[in-house]
Design a protein around this ligand. Structure first.
Ligand SMILES: C[S@@+](CC[C@H](N)C(=O)[O-])C[C@H]1O[C@@H](n2cnc3c(N)ncnc32)[C@H](O)[C@@H]1O
Length: 136
């Protein structure tokens, strides 16, 4: 991993390990429409993404750099497609799993710790891929 990529990964690891406070969750819910958000994708944009991905029950899609599960969990909730949420910090994925347990509909979901530059998936396994605020 290059040093700036390593710095960035470390920054996110620390951020998720610290946990996100009540106030910052409230700000995200107010600004973006969901407390899962850890970037800039609004609830309305997540719903548009769900439509654009063209997935449904029986499809499988990857949310790369999913953080706490945004927008993947929302897309899975709307479409019923199987979410594979992937990110590097385990604490992020643990957070995503906790949010998943809180959803009303329990969309099928799998959580995979991996670096997006070297993913452990065979080619062709996903019907769609989404990422939000990851290539920044
Ligand atoms: C700004 S956050 C966005 C999180 C989430 N997608 C959202 O919109 O709330 C960027 C995310 O990208 C992840 N990330 C950064 N580099 C990555 C890489 N090489 N592979 C996988 N995830 C990465 C970070 O750990 C972090 O969770």
């Amino acid at each position: 991993m290059g040093s700036s990529a390593a710095d960035s990964a470390e920054r996110f690891r620390e951020k998720y390990a610290r946990g996100l406070g009540h106030a910052s969750r409230g700000v995200e819910r107010e600004a973006c429409g969901s407390a899962l958000v850890n970037g800039y994708t609004t609830a309305e944009q997540a719903e548009r993404l769900a439509w654009m991905l063209n997935v449904s029950r029986g499809s499988r899609f990857l949310d790369l750099g999913a953080g706490l599960g945004w927008p993947g969990l929302r897309i899975a909730e709307i479409t019923g497609a199987h979410l594979v949420a992937s990110d590097i910090p385990i604490d992020a994925l643990a957070g995503a799993l906790a949010w998943w347990k809180d959803t009303d509909v329990y969309p099928p979901a799998t959580f995979v710790a991996a670096d997006g530059r070297s993913l452990p998936f065979v080619p062709g396994v996903f019907d769609a891929v989404v990422h939000a605020d990851v290539f920044c």
